[in-house]
Write a protein of this length. Structure first.
Length: 207
């Protein structure tokens, strides 16, 4: 049965919130009613933060992570190991790995993984820019830290083949992460150990 709302404005707001992943109409209504109970300054600050995020956020021209400037603070950090690059699906994996405090190299954010069923192919991802980074020299190891799913493994193999002409070690995180798991949901200790105990890609898949 369709929910009846006392206000068209309320219904429109619920409809918009319900478009967010994991937010049903009941949760959307609860959030909207919570905002209505706040003062104008709080709601204005909330809405302005979203508008500013959408219109002002940038993507690092080196690693494609979300940032406030042309190049992110991680890529600019001279204390990090610029010879090692960890390849991840999106910003959530960067944050998860950073929380382990076990990795001191740089990152490369693909913006997704190869998934034909979803219409996502290699050209839709930041794979060519990764190859370009490697071809420019200075990188000695690429760590593949994608989810241990069929799509993740397909992406791993594609990247491995694309990097095969270059003199760079390609490794992948240890399978302490269960098959089918997504990196962002792994606990910090398991994820940290998986990075430290990474193995060569060709040994893992016996290519």
């Amino acid at each position: 049965m369709n929910q009846k709302y006392p206000s068209a404005l309320l219904e429109n707001a619920v409809n918009e919130f319900a478009k967010l992943p994991g937010i049903g109409r009941k949760t959307a209504l609860r959030l909207i009613l919570h905002l209505l109970r706040q003062d104008d300054a709080t709601v204005d600050s909330f809405s302005q933060a979203l508008v500013s995020l959408k219109h002002q956020v940038k993507y690092c021209k080196v690693c494609h992570n979300i940032c406030d400037n042309e190049v992110c603070s991680t890529c600019l950090d001279k204390s990090r190991d610029s010879s090692t690059v960890c390849v991840v699906e999106n910003i959530k994996e960067v944050m998860a790995i950073e929380n382990t405090m076990q990795y001191k190299g740089l990152y490369h954010v693909l913006g997704g993984i190869i998934s034909p069923i979803d219409g996502i192919g290699p050209t839709d991802l930041e794979i060519e820019s990764l190859v370009e980074r490697v071809s420019n020299g200075g990188i000695t190891e690429i760590i593949l830290a994608l989810s241990t799913t069929m799509e993740g493994d397909t992406t791993n193999f594609y990247i491995y083949k694309k990097l095969s002409p270059y003199n760079v070690k390609v490794s992948m995180i240890a399978r302490g992460i269960s098959i089918g798991d997504e990196i962002e949901y792994a606990d910090e200790i398991t994820l940290g150990r998986s990075i430290l105990n990474r193995t060569l890609f060709n040994e893992s898949y016996r290519i």
